[in-house]
Design a protein around this ligand. Structure first.
Ligand SMILES: Cc1cc2nc3c(=O)[nH]c(=O)nc-3n(C[C@H](O)[C@H](O)[C@H](O)COP(=O)(O)OP(=O)(O)OC[C@H]3O[C@@H](n4cnc5c(N)ncnc54)[C@H](O)[C@@H]3O)c2cc1C
Length: 440
C-alpha cells in the first residue's frame, strides 16, 4: 500500500490518496476489507477526479489485463477490466474484430470505458459502449463477487454502465465484438463556413458506418465555426496493408509543462496554420491508418501539456437536433460578449437514450476546451445556463467544473440513481471526489 498525490488530467483537482495495484483476485478482497472508502481506478486518464478521493483507497486494476476467453465464431471476448484498449485491439484487430464505441486514447482501460459509458467517433451510428457489453463480473466489499447481465442482476448491471465506479470494482467483462473490414480508412475533408453549416454537413447519413467529427475555429468571433468535417469511412477496397497495431507514444499524457503556452496569439497562430494546412496542402480525400483515425491524440499529447500546471477545462454537451440552431445562436451571443479563450471546438453526431448518469442522447455533441481563467469560467457559467434552459446533456466525466445544480436539471434520473446506489451500498463505500460533488 502506498500513499501518493494524484491529479485529474485537467489538473483542476488533486488529492493525497492510498493506492494499491493488486494482481490477484484474493488481493482485491483483502485490501477492500481494510478500507471504509474505496474507488476503482483504471489508467486515471479521466479529465475529472473520477477515480480518487482524499484519504480513500484507489484500487488500480491495470495488472488485471489478461484475455480470458475468445470465441471467434460467436464474436465474443472475455477480458479482465484493467486491459488497455491498445492491448485489447492488438489482439482483436489481428482477427478482424473490434469494439467501435471506444474513447479516443489507447491507454484507457475497458473498465474505465464501461464506468463512463464511452463513445467513439461513430457514435451517430454505433451509439455507446453499453451495446457491446454482454456480461460483467464485479467485486463489491459488501456483496462479494457478482455476475451482472441482462439476465442476472439486471438492475446492478444498468447502474454499473456509466456508473462512475459506484457499484464496486469491475473485474471481468464479456464484450460483443464487431467485424472490421478493410485495413485502413478513407478520410474525406469537407470545408464548412459556420457552426450551422457544420451541423448540416456532419448530420448526413447516420445509417452508414461513418466516423465523423469536425474541427472548427474558435480564435475570434469572425472565425467562430469555420473549419472542416472529417469523414472517415472503412476502406474496404484497399489492398494496402497498413498496420493495425496500436503503437503507444512514450509521452505521459498526465504530465504538463510548468507554464501555459495558450493565449489569444498562440491560439490564432495554431488555428490559422491548421486551417491552411487542410485547406491548401492536404488532399481532400486520403488514406489514413486505423491508429490515426481512431486514436488521433497519439503523438499529440503535447496539446494537453501546453496548458501548463494550471491545466484546462473541457465542456462537452449533447444538443438535440431540433435545438442546434438556437444553441449555436445563444453560444455565438455569449462568445461575442465575453470573448473566451477556446483552444478546441469540435462537433460530432450522437445517438442514444439517456439513462442514469450515462452521457448519451440523440443529437449533436459540441466540445469546447478552455484555458482556465476567470473570463472563461464566467463564459462556462453562461453555457451552463443555456444547458439548463434547453435541458441539454453536459458531460459529467469531462467537465470537472460542472455544478450539481446544472446536473440536477439536465439528468432527470440523478435522484433515482442516487437512491438505487444508496440501497445497493448502504454504507456508501465506493466514492470519488467527482461523486462527492454529485452528493452520492
Ligand atoms: C485523450 C482522451 C480522449 C478521450 N476521448 C473520449 C471519447 O472519445 N469518448 C469518451 O466517451 N470518452 C473519452 N475520454 C474519456 C475517457 O473515456 C474516460 O475518462 C475513461 O473513464 C477513462 O478511463 P480510465 O481507464 O483512465 O479510468 P479512470 O480515469 O481511472 O476512471 C474513470 C472512471 O471509471 C471508473 N473505473 C475505472 N476502472 C474501473 C473498474 N475496473 N471498475 C469500476 N470502475 C472503474 C473509476 O472509478 C472512474 O469513475 C477521453 C479521455 C482522454 C484522456
Amino acid at each position: 500500500m502506498t500513499k501518493k498525490k494524484i491529479y485529474s488530467l485537467d489538473k483542476n483537482y488533486s488529492a493525497d490518496i492510498f493506492f494499491k495495484r493488486p494482481d490477484k483476485y484474493k488481493e482485491i478482497e483483502i485490501i477492500s476489507s481494510k478500507f471504509e472508502n474505496i474507488i476503482t481506478m483504471g489508467s486515471c486518464n479521466s479529465y475529472t477526479p473520477a477515480s480518487f478521493r482524499k484519504n480513500a483507497l484507489s484500487i488500480q486494476l491495470t495488472k488485471f489485463n489478461r484475455i480470458i476467453e475468445f470465441d471467434k465464431s460467436q464474436k465474443l471476448i472475455t477480458v479482465e477490466a484493467g486491459i488497455m484498449l491498445s492491448d485489447l485491439f492488438n489482439f482483436t484487430l489481428a482477427r478482424g474484430l473490434w469494439v467501435p464505441q471506444i474513447p479516443g486514447y489507447p491507454t484507457i482501460t475497458i473498465g474505465g470505458a464501461i464506468a463512463s459509458n464511452s463513445h467513439g467517433k461513430s457514435c451517430g451510428f454505433h451509439g455507446t459502449i453499453k451495446k457491446q457489453i454482454k456480461r460483467i463480473k464485479i467485486f463489491h466489499k459488501l456483496h462479494g463477487w457478482l455476475n451482472l447481465s441482462n439476465e442476472e442482476n439486471k438492475d446492478i448491471f444498468d447502474l454499473t454502465i456509466g456508473g462512475l465506479g459506484l457499484t464496486g470494482s469491475i473485474v471481468e467483462v464479456q464484450l460483443r465484438l464487431e467485424e472490421l473490414s478493410g485495413n485502413n480508412f478513407v478520410t474525406k475533408i469537407i470545408e464548412t463556413d459556420s457552426s450551422n453549416d457544420t451541423v448540416k454537413k456532419i448530420n448526413f447519413d447516420v445509417k452508414k458506418e461513418t466516423y465523423c467529427y469536425s474541427w472548427n475555429r474558435s480564435d475570434s468571433f469572425k472565425n467562430f465555426g469555420k473549419g472542416f468535417v472529417f469523414q472517415n469511412e472503412l476502406n474496404i477496397s484497399s489492398n494496402n496493408k497498413l498496420t493495425k497495431n496500436i503503437k503507444l507514444n512514450n509521452s505521459d499524457i498526465n504530465k504538463n509543462f510548468i507554464i501555459n503556452f495558450w493565449n489569444k496569439y498562440s491560439v490564432f497562430f495554431a488555428q490559422s496554420v491548421y486551417q491552411n494546412y487542410f485547406k491548401f496542402l492536404k488532399s481532400k480525400q486520403h488514406e489514413e491508418s486505423f491508429q490515426k483515425a481512431i486514436f488521433p491524440f497519439i503523438g499529440k499529447e503535447f496539446y494537453f501539456k501546453l496548458f501548463g500546471k494550471k491545466g484546462f477545462l473541457e465542456s462537452q454537451i449533447i444538443v438535440p437536433f431540433d435545438k442546434t440552431e438556437v444553441f449555436i445562436d445563444e453560444v455565438e451571443t455569449i462568445f461575442k460578449k465575453h470573448d473566451p479563450l477556446i483552444t478546441l471546438y469540435s462537433l460530432k453526431n450522437f445517438k442514444g437514450e439517456q439513462k442514469n448518469l450515462q452521457f448519451e442522447n440523440d443529437g449533436i455533441c459540441f466540445t469546447f476546451d478552455f484555458v482556465k481563467n476567470s473570463k472563461n469560467l464566467f463564459f462556462m457559467d453562461e453555457l451552463d445556463k443555456i444547458c439548463e434552459k434547453h435541458l441539454l446533456t453536459p458531460s459529467i466525466i469531462k467537465d470537472s467544473r460542472l455544478k450539481l445544480e446544472t446536473i440536477e436539471k439536465c439528468y432527470k434520473d440523478l435522484n433515482r440513481f442516487k437512491e438505487e446506489i444508496n440501497k445497493f451500498d448502504n454504507k456508501r463505500i465506493y466514492k470519488s471526489t467527482l461523486t462527492d460533488k454529485l452528493m452520492i
